[in-house]
Design a protein around this ligand. Structure first.
Ligand code: FEO
Ligand code: CA
Ligand code: CA
Ligand code: CA
Length: 657
């Protein structure tokens, strides 16, 4: 979800909601020379900064070594820019695979932009596609040409979906004028989709009438599992047992487990609640910490469970990592509470050397934290199904980035340290429901909006996308978040000792500070081999291809902010070209890019173009009647439509080689 201040679209965080109230830790005066030096040694600093600290001779040597090094991203770079269409590097095709409103379930009606119904939307592709993952079809002749694609549908843009909506007075103005019918369409447009996809004669298509096809929405029955299941704080009038919840909301990014399931993360849950808790209610502090309610959507006017005055515990049932078996459309999605509750961007994991499964999570709000979960049990590749409930037991920790380049993982375990009755925690369930407040007490590092966190399958190093933080002040910078008014974000690289992802201490350094290297005040540190098209701001999602190369998707670039729309960039992480970025694909005006995902042969790249034409103060007012782009259909009367795009190389071959 996008983050610029807007007068009428949903933004990542409303003012002062879910704000981290702690002072954890403000080590402002330790932006060590050390980090500058380490960045230089790794070749990730701009030439001006290098020149300030390295001799001209050494500089020349660094430059020529870079020039001679072969880029691992071999394609003619795309020109950065901003217009109504999407664009891919020369020699590649970028085709729309499926768009909002296209049929998913057998019998779904065709898309009709002026006659939406909840029933139609429940059978059609949802809105604002975000995370994507590809599961090869077992037994397929070519596993890279036939599989399931799972898709998150994060949120809805009513002003682009429905005709006749006016621009609200201010960005915080609630969406007045909603109706039960519109609310139910919104609920049906959230969630996720499972589609079966096939490549035939070089072109990808969605298989019609697939037995795997599935729509999950914000009303789909789900099971609450793990330490919090059945806890009194999970019980509601509609679910006195506290074990079943309807739906998932604001599913942003996610992960794929080695036992073949899809993890999908509930992010900005505060937007779905309205109403007021009774005075002195025991959940008041908890809900405040998560910014609940924001009152943005008006679902609570039509469904009691989204109204705090009628169901005070319902927000505790959202904000979890949800696990779904994509191959069983009858399976019940499971909210895995052992990983804790937050506004998680993603949950990407790695099998550790001791066979425990380790999941990294970013909690995407300004000044929130980076987390790690380690399963108690071990993954057995000989019997993947036995791992089906591995995520129900384990230990979640929060990261403290020390100024000396070490990183401590601080376990959130009831009864240890401050996590006791004295601080309002009576059990591990309380710690997990209030993961943010529990973390506050351990004094972790308050980050610049942690988005995707993912381990490289090639090197085992773990990368954290920190998208931006316009509220960080000069007094509150620290080693891991070194820029005040961090408009363009940065990327942290974490190194587990001996490849042990369960170790209590890692090392870390900054891979790159993002933004335009030509603007000295920005302080960007892409390598000097990066072209004027190659730099980016606001890193959000990352993916590794099967050659271990990193690809970054961005959220928040606009013509005004960066002279370019969002898109996809390949970023070198090793060798003399480390910190060099190349531009491969860009989205139409108003969109962000999400969910990059490769087939096992690296010949197909799926991406999600989210909220095309979304307006904002940086761009323009954009509505159903007058959108800033009508991508991808470009037909009068047809609104812009979030879509999954499939990118292939003309004539075949691996992407970018
Ligand atoms: Fe939905 Fe963290 O972006
Ligand atoms: Ca984002
Ligand atoms: Ca995102
Ligand atoms: Ca990712």
């Amino acid at each position: 979800m996008r983050t610029t201040i807007s007068s009428f679209v949903l933004r990542e965080e409303s003012e002062d909601v879910g704000r981290n109230p702690t002072d954890n830790p403000t080590i402002g005066d330790v932006i060590a020379a050390r980090f500058a030096r380490r960045d230089i040694l790794k070749g990730a600093l701009g030439v001006a900064a290098i020149a300030a600290t390295v001799s001209p001779l050494a500089l020349a040597a660094t430059g020529s070594a870079r020039a001679e090094a072969a880029s691992r991203y071999r394609f003619d770079e795309l020109e950065a820019g901003a217009d109504e269409n999407h664009h891919v590097a020369p020699g590649y095709d970028a085709d729309v695979l499926i768009r909002w409103g296209d049929p998913v379930l057998p019998g779904a009606p065709p898309f009709n932009p002026t006659a939406h119904t909840a029933a139609a939307q429940r059978a059609q592709f949802g809105y604002n596609n975000d995370y994507l993952a590809y599961f090869p079809m077992p037994g397929a002749a070519d596993p890279s040409a036939h599989g399931l694609l799972v898709v998150n549908h994060e949120y809805t843009n009513e002003e682009l979906m429905f005709a006749g909506l006016k621009r609200p007075e201010s960005k915080d103005a609630p969406r007045t004028g909603s109706t039960l019918a519109r609310t139910d369409i919104e609920i049906a447009a959230h969630g996720g989709s499972v589609i079966e996809v096939k490549r035939e004669n070089g072109k990808w298509q969605v298989a019609a009438n697939s037995k795997y096809a599935r729509r999950i929405d914000a009303d789909t029955p789900m099971e609450i599992t793990g330490p919090v299941a059945g806890h009194p704080r999970m019980q509601t009038p509609a679910d006195p047992a506290g074990r079943r919840v309807h739906g998932m909301v604001n599913n942003c990014a996610g992960g794929v487990t080695p036992w073949g399931t899809w993890l999908t993360c509930e992010e900005n849950i505060h937007h779905y609640f309205t109403g007021k808790l009774p005075d002195g209610h025991p959940e008041a502090r908890n809900h405040r910490r998560y910014g609940v309610p924001s009152g943005f959507y008006q679902w609570g006017d039509f469904h009691d469970r989204f109204n705090l005055g009628k169901a005070s515990n319902e927000p505790n049932r959202f904000g979890w990592v949800v696990e779904i078996d994509p191959f069983d459309p009858a399976s019940t999605p499971k909210k895995r509470t052992a990983l804790g509750r937050g506004k998680h961007e993603g949950a990407a994991g790695v099998v550790n050397k001791d066979s425990r499964y380790v999941v990294y999570m970013g909690d995407d709000e300004r000044f929130e934290y980076v987390y790690r979960f380690i399963t108690a049990g071990r993954f057995d590749p000989a019997d993947p199904r036995a791992s089906r409930d591995l995520l129900d037991e384990g230990t979640v920790s929060v990261a403290r980035y020390n100024a000396d380049g070490t990183l401590d993982w601080l376990p959130l375990v009831y009864g240890q340290g401050s996590l006791t009755a004295e601080n309002g925690f009576a059990s591990q369930a309380d710690v997990l429901i209030e993961k943010r407040r529990a973390a506050d007490l351990l004094k972790p590092t308050r980050m610049d909006r942690p988005e995707d966190v993912e381990a490289s399958p090639a090197t085992g190093k773990v990368y954290v996308m920190l998208t931006n933080n316009d509220r960080r002040t000069a007094e509150r910078v620290d080693a891991a978040n070194p820029r005040a008014a961090n408009d363009f974000g940065h990327i942290i690289e974490m190194t587990p000792p001996d490849g042990d992802h369960a170790a209590p201490q890692f090392r870390w350094e900054i891979l790159v500070r993002c933004g335009d290297p030509a603007v000295a005040a920005v302080g960007a540190t892409f390598s000097t081999e990066t072209t004027r098209n190659g730099w980016f701001g606001m890193p959000d999602n990352l993916a590794f291809d099967n050659q271990g190369r990193m690809w970054i998707a961005t959220d928040g670039n606009t013509r005004k902010r960066s002279g370019r729309t969002d898109g996809l960039w390949g970023l070198e992480t090793e060798g003399p070209l480390r910190g060099t970025s190349r531009h491969f694909y860009r989205v139409p005006l108003g969109a962000e890019l999400c969910g990059p995902c490769f087939t096992p042969d690296d010949q197909t790249l799926f991406v999600a173009v989210q909220h095309p034409a979304e307006g904002g103060s940086a761009d323009a007012v954009s509505t159903f009647e007058e959108p800033i782009t009508r991508w991808p259909d470009f037909k009068p009367g047809m609104p812009p439509r979030p879509s999954v795009v499939v990118i292939t190389r003309r004539g075949g071959g691996k992407i970018g080689t």
